[in-house]
Design a protein around this ligand. Structure first.
Ligand SMILES: [Zn+2]
Length: 359
């Protein structure tokens, strides 16, 4: 197992990049992509693009994308006593919020805090079973007063993230931490770019680190219009089944089982059939563990990208992660490796548009 892959994910999950504040991830990725691509650029929205020209001028143009942003929170007001009211950036799970460590980001400085939680001693039995409303929650940053909180530079709009380094379990392959969604995808994309630099393929490849996925798949929509690819691979995470709190048929896939190939996102993406079959054939030929899945709950950038650009063959090559949209998302490094290997081999197999036509 390439443990450097774990170190890479640990590094990228240590960066704080909530929706709309993705610069730390974009800057780190730009540095790496500049070393293995011919050209790197950004758009006004923040999306990062990197280009590799293929060996065959008439081969399809392939876009490979992963989103940079992570779920988090945003301060809406400072209240009496120096406590902070907040809203969500994306969709963190409400039931895990009380008692969480969080970090505010003010002008490049991190300010530590906790989401307050009522003492168990005074909760009624009924109250103890309830998930508090977001509007009743607050962040405590240890300020003496409203004025002191303000003097630290906190204001409406200050972004907030979960806190926690990537934790290695006693299983060498499995780790957990914050923003596994989608730093595993970002790391996979960077590894794919290096592999295809060393072994160039027929297709020209455009790598896109997209912004604002967690609040409505927004950056990728802009990026896909910009790139106008023929083929799109989206690298992202998928909520996992396989835990005791889920019925076996609720999410019939688990971590450690390989790459997840989405046939459908029921709320959006319909994967183009010849592309889907090409990717499956490549996976089977090279013994890369994989599973076709129908995602009845989640959507990814593939949904908005397919709608934005229209005439493209789009597909998600994903990995499962448990405890989606909490601060302790658990995943299996072997799945990331499968995602990397499969995307490299599938991209290298795309040599003509004709071969991807449905009729
Ligand atoms: Zn994601």
């Amino acid at each position: 197992m390439p443990y450097s892959l774990r170190d890479r994910v640990a590094h990228y999950t240590s960066l704080d990049a909530p929706v709309g504040f993705e610069e730390p991830v974009l800057a780190a990725a730009r540095e790496e992509l500049a070393e293995c691509c011919e050209r790197v650029e950004t758009d006004m929205r923040g999306n990062l693009y990197a280009y590799q020209t293929g060996t065959e001028p008439n081969a399809p143009r392939v876009m490979i994308t992963a989103h940079a942003d992570e779920i988090g929170f945003m301060v809406t007001s400072i209240i009496e006593g120096g406590f902070l009211r907040f809203t969500k950036l994306g969709f963190p799970t409400d039931m895990v919020l009380p008692g969480q460590r969080v970090r505010l980001h003010v002008g490049g400085r991190g300010i530590e805090g906790v989401i307050g939680v009522k003492p168990a001693h005074i909760l009624s039995a009924e109250e103890a079973r309830q998930v508090p409303a977001l509007t009743d929650l607050y962040i405590d940053i240890g300020a003496d007063s409203l004025e002191q909180a303000k003097s630290w530079g906190i204001d409406a709009g200050t972004p907030v993230t979960f806190v926690g380094e990537l934790i290695q379990t006693d299983n060498d392959h499995r780790c957990f931490g914050k923003c596994v969604d989608n730093r595993t995808g970002v790391v996979a994309l960077l590894e794919i770019a290096k592999r295809l630099r060393d072994e160039p393929c027929a297709a020209s490849v455009v790598y896109v680190i997209a912004v604002e996925e967690e609040i409505g798949l927004r950056g990728a929509e802009v990026a896909t219009k910009h790139v106008q690819p023929d083929v799109l691979f989206v690298l992202d995470t998928v909520p996992s089944g396989g835990t005791p709190d889920l019925r076996a048929d609720a999410l019939p896939w688990d971590i450690g089982k390989g790459a997840l190939l989405k046939v459908r996102e029921v709320k959006g993406l319909s994967t183009q059939r010849p592309l889907r079959e090409l990717v499956r054939a490549v996976a089977d030929e090279h013994d890369i563990p994989n599973q076709w899945i129908v995602d009845t709950a989640g959507i990814t950038d593939a949904t908005s990208a397919q709608q934005a650009s229209g005439d493209i063959a789009a597909m998600v090559i994903g990995i499962a992660r448990r405890y989606a949209h909490s601060a302790v998302e658990m995943f299996d490094l072997r799945d990331v490796q499968a995602q990397i290997d499969l995307t490299v081999l599938a991209t290298s197999s795309i040599t003509s548009l004709e071969a991807l036509k449905r009729l």
